[in-house]
Every structure is written in structure tokens, then in C-alpha cells.
Design a protein around this ligand. Structure first.
Ligand code: HAM
Length: 448
């Protein structure tokens, strides 16, 4: 493991294992950049993932999954992407494996494996944990969950429009008012078309590396980007004039401005115009500003690309995606067009926190069953079992507890009924049911 500070020895117990070294204190923190999910965190996570799943289902997408550990070669592309340098990877029994940093290559692998038998287009979604050894900032971690929606087998921008609509549907469901999040959108194909007569005529493969460099513009500035683009030993090798015209194109903030740089009869521009007409039909065109500086940092994108940001601009990207029509081919499959997005859990979590939009989520228990003494325990078990069989969520109080504390906890957790069985109730064959909301009490037979 490249990040490991120590080598871990694996040996079969009993096979000459060394005596344990003097006890070193065990670091009880989770690895930096990773999270534990306590019940209160898990409630939020489940709620958020529920919104992801429900939205995807409303668009007719089906959930799939793949192993978190893949062959490292699935991810080690050579275009200089950050994501490749951030890989958690290791050798085990002569295999070079990696924790997935994203879901898209695994999806491609799954599609390729059944490509001949598939009925395209397919609409798949995933909710998965991904690993990247990142420099940490707010909302940026070394593990994060991502909700992905991807369409495979549809070359037209109708697919993009559906996906963008799904992003706004989930934002609505999370309670974010329109305008709080903007999705900036561009097309890599527009840039590629205009470079086809120049540097890309002889080296089309330089395009992915060019986009990866341009993606750094915000971080490292125009001069550093120009230096990288023109580096004679670099992957792109533009002339100074070409680099300047690329940077000029990136300044366009409307389709009309972009049209000034586009090649005559540009197919990419026509696609963008069609996409905006579709977004208008969904009622979201005004939430999706065109921004020619958005190219995305992943090498495989080929067409429309987009990134969702909080409108205040204080957080990193909430979601990002685009069209990647050549990924299947690059990985050895037959060509199949594809487009999708990834929507992280961490940045949206920060935004929901800032906006006070996390709902109050309590322990999800409807009934609490309490026996006053040991002799009443079997009757309490029978009551709890009956409630559970009837589909209710019933918590049985364990051991010995004080009634006052049981009632206080139940009240705080929003439990609706507490079932109480004392000596006297048992003798009469009844159970006392206290309704905490209505503040009433009734009796029910123990048998039944
Ligand atoms: P990505 O832009 O690398 O794209 O990630 C998508 C989203 O995942 C980001 O916008 C962000 O919300 C979240 N994310 C990524 N890295 C981190 C991190 N270190 N900590 C917290 N959140 C993070 C992809 O991964 C593409 N595979 C998306 C895609 C799917 N494109 C097509 N289909």
C-alpha cells in the first residue's frame, strides 16, 4: 500500500509467528478523512440515500452494485488525472487491487460483460462508497458516498436533460429552494471540434490530457495552465497561439458567445442548443448556466459536461457528470454512448447543515414494552413478539430499569405507546398501554 507507513505481515497462525512485540498504543481514531456513522449520522445518511433512491426510481432507473475492490488497472488511466494519483491501491497475492475512487469504470466493466445481450438504453443508478486519498477541505474527504445515475446506449442529449432534471428533482426533495444550487454546463466536444484542425489533427489522444490541465484553471491560474499546455515535454504540447485561443474560448458564458468560437456548422453547438430547448421544457434552463470553463477533471468525458455548485460559491462541487461515449471502447468493449453524473453525500450534507434543512430524525420505534419484574418478563416477551408480528417496531426493555427513565426516554424518542406489565396486571391477565401522545391509558388482554 503506497500510503502505508508500515508493512503488515500476513502469516498463518502457528507458523513460526514472532512473539508479539511490546504493546504499542493502538490508534483508536478512524483513519484521517474517514467517518464513523453513529446512529444519529446513520439516520441522516439513510434519509439522504432514501431521497437518492426515490428520485432515481421516479425516473425509471434500476439500482446496481459492484465490488468496492477492483483490479487497479481499471482506474489507472494515463491522462494525468488527480483521481489516479489518489488511488488507495495495494498488492495482494500478486494482484494489484484498488478501492474504487468512483463508480463509472465499474459500471463500464459491467456493461461490457453483457454488452451483446443488453437492451439499450439502460438506466442504472448506484449509491456507493468511494475512496480517494484527497487533500481535505470542507466537504472533501478520503471516503465519500456517491449517488450515480447513468444512461448507456443513448447518443442524444435527451439523456443529459433527463439526468439534469433528476438532479433538480432531488434538490427539490431535499428542500433546497430553486436558485440555491446552479449547474454550470459546457461541452467538451465544442472545444475538441475547434482543435481538430490544429494540434488534435495529428494527436487526437492529447485531448483528454488537455481537458485535465484546463480543469486546473481555477486552482493554479491562467499562466500555469498555459505553461502546462505548451510544455514541449508535456502530454499536450500546444503552440502559444493555440493555448491563448483555448483560454479565450473558456471565457464564453452564453451559447451566443460560444458560437463565435465554434467551427461552422458545429454539431456540438447544435446539440447544446437542443439540450437547452429540452431543459426549458423541464423548466430548469435558467438553473443551468452555460459556462465554457467547465471541462471536468476526468479524462473520459467526450461531450456535454456539467457541475453543480451552491449558488453562494462557498463549497466544492455538489455533483458532476457528463457524456463519456468512448469509455467502453477504451476499456476494450464495443463502442456504446453513455452519460451520467455522480452526486456526493458530503458537500450536500454541508449545504443542508448551512441551510438548516436536515429534518429531525428520531429513533424509529413505535412501542416500548416494559416488565416491572423478572416474573413479568415472559408476558412482556409475548406482547413484544405479538406487536412485531403485527408489523410494529417494538423495543423490549432489557434487564432492570426504572419506569421513570423508560417513560422519559420513550417520550424523547417520540414513541407512541408504552406497554407496562406489573405483578398486578399479570395476575389479571392484562397489559397497561400508555399512549404518550394522547396522554391516555387503557388495558388490553395479555393473550390475544
Ligand atoms: P466527480 O466529479 O469526481 O465525478 O465526483 C462526483 C461528486 O462526488 C462530486 O461532485 C462530489 O460531490 C463528490 N466527491 C468526489 N470526490 C469527493 C471527495 N473526496 N469527498 C467528498 N465528495 C466527493 C465522478 O466521480 C464521476 N464518476 C461521475 C460520473 C458518473 N460521471 C458520469 N457518470
Amino acid at each position: 500500500m503506497t500510503q502505508g507507513r508500515k508493512t503488515i505481515e500476513t502469516r498463518t497462525p502457528g507458523e513460526g509467528a514472532p512473539a508479539p512485540a511490546a504493546a504499542e498504543p493502538i490508534d483508536l481514531q478512524p483513519p484521517r478523512g474517514t467517518r464513523d456513522f453513529y446512529p444519529e449520522d446513520m439516520r441522516r445518511r439513510n434519509w439522504l440515500f432514501g431521497q437518492f433512491r426515490e428520485t432515481a426510481a421516479r425516473f425509471g432507473f434500476e439500482e446496481v452494485d459492484a465490488p468496492m475492490v477492483e483490479n487497479a488497472s481499471l482506474f489507472t488511466r494515463k491522462a494525468g488525472e488527480e483521481i489516479v494519483h489518489q488511488l488507495y491501491h495495494f498488492e495482494l497475492h500478486d494482484r494489484h487491487l484498488a478501492l474504487r475512487p468512483e463508480m463509472t469504470p465499474s459500471l463500464a466493466r459491467m456493461v461490457i460483460a453483457r454488452q451483446g445481450a443488453m437492451r439499450f438504453p439502460i438506466r442504472w443508478f448506484t449509491v456507493t462508497q468511494n475512496w480517494r486519498y484527497e487533500r481535505m477541505t470542507r466537504g472533501r474527504r478520503r471516503e465519500h458516498y456517491q449517488w450515480n445515475m447513468d444512461v448507456w446506449g443513448e447518443p442524444g442529449v435527451e439523456a443529459e436533460a433527463e439526468l439534469l432534471s433528476a438532479i433538480f428533482t432531488v434538490l427539490d426533495a431535499l428542500g433546497l429552494a430553486r436558485g440555491k444550487v446552479k449547474v454550470r454546463l459546457n461541452s467538451r466536444a465544442l472545444l475538441e471540434e475547434s482543435l481538430r484542425g490544429g494540434v488534435l489533427a495529428t494527436r487526437p489522444e492529447a485531448f483528454a490530457a488537455l481537458c485535465v490541465v484546463i480543469d486546473k484553471l481555477d486552482k493554479i491560474g491562467a499562466q500555469a495552465v498555459t505553461d502546462l499546455l505548451c510544455d514541449p515535454a508535456g502530454a499536450v504540447q500546444l503552440s502559444a497561439g493555440e493555448a491563448a485561443s483555448v483560454l479565450e474560448m473558456l471565457a464564453a458564458r452564453s451559447l451566443d458567445e460560444a458560437a463565435r468560437f465554434a467551427t461552422p456548422g458545429s454539431a456540438a453547438l447544435a446539440d447544446l442548443r437542443r439540450l437547452y430547448a429540452l431543459l426549458d421544457a423541464y423548466g430548469i434552463a435558467d438553473q443551468v448556466p452555460f459556462d465554457a470553463s467547465v471541462v471536468r477533471g476526468l479524462a473520459y468525458y467526450t461531450g456535454v459536461v456539467f457541475e453543480a455548485f451552491d449558488a453562494a460559491g462557498s463549497l466544492r462541487a455538489i455533483a458532476g457528470g457528463g457524456r463519456y461515449d468512448r469509455l467502453a471502447e477504451t476499456l476494450g468493449g464495443k463502442p456504446v454512448p453513455a452519460v451520467g453524473f455522480g452526486f456526493g453525500d458530503a458537500v450536500i450534507g454541508e449545504l443542508l447543515e448551512d441551510e438548516g434543512l436536515w429534518p429531525a430524525l428520531a429513533l424509529d420505534v413505535q412501542d416500548v414494552v416494559f416488565a416491572f419484574g423478572e416474573a413479568e418478563k415472559p408476558a412482556a416477551i409475548a406482547v413484544a413478539s405479538r406487536l412485531r408480528r403485527a408489523g410494529r417496531r417494538a423495543l423490549l426493555v432489557l434487564g432492570t430499569a426504572k419506569l421513570k427513565r423508560v417513560l422519559g426516554d420513550a417520550d424523547k424518542a417520540g414513541v407512541s405507546q408504552v406497554w407496562l406489565i406489573g405483578e398486578e396486571e399479570r395476575a389479571r391477565g392484562v397489559v397497561k398501554v400508555r399512549d404518550l401522545a394522547k396522554k391516555t391509558e387503557r388495558e388490553e388482554p395479555l393473550e390475544g
